[in-house]
Design a protein around this ligand. Sequence first.
Ligand code: SAM
Length: 166
Amino acid sequence: MVDFTMGNGHDTAFLSKTVGVSGRVYAFDIQQQALDSTAQLLKDEGCPDNVTLIHASHHLVKDYVKEPFRAGMFNLGYLPGGDKRITTMRETTMPAIKAAIDLLAPDGILNIAVYPGHAEGEAEGKMICEYLEGLSRHKVCATLVKILNSPTSPFFIMVETKPPKA
Ligand code: SAM
């Protein structure tokens, strides 16, 4: 599994416990602070020793993950409690999502949480939705979950690949 936006490590810890000792989790962040707090959280929560913490931008995923993955998460935006100026940006989020879809195994799932309450988050969300709307339904199924009467609330996207042919 891949956590494309490690942050304080809550999603990384969840993925680590979910895949267990026989699995592997790769987690990315551009801030050393995120790697430090995630390493501490994994220890505090007694997670299995199955996580590779990567101090790099998620758009470089193919340099680090050389096999298809079954599940991935993008929790976009800025580090809670950190510097709000350091946020995910369209220039790297889009190539990261494209690379993630390339690497996603059959019957795999990619979850994307978008925060349109700030300007970059709103633009990022629009660009992601436009890109996914253009993908063939034979390649992936992209689902949007959004609160229609609260336009600045976070919204969620799931990208699923088809199961392998029997
Ligand atoms: N999943 C995290 C958790 O459970 O605590 C929360 C993630 S937080 C909303 C978004 C994170 O994305 C921040 O820590 C930020 O540093 C990181 N980020 C921003 N740009 C990035 C990039 N290009 N590659 C990887 N991570 C990035």
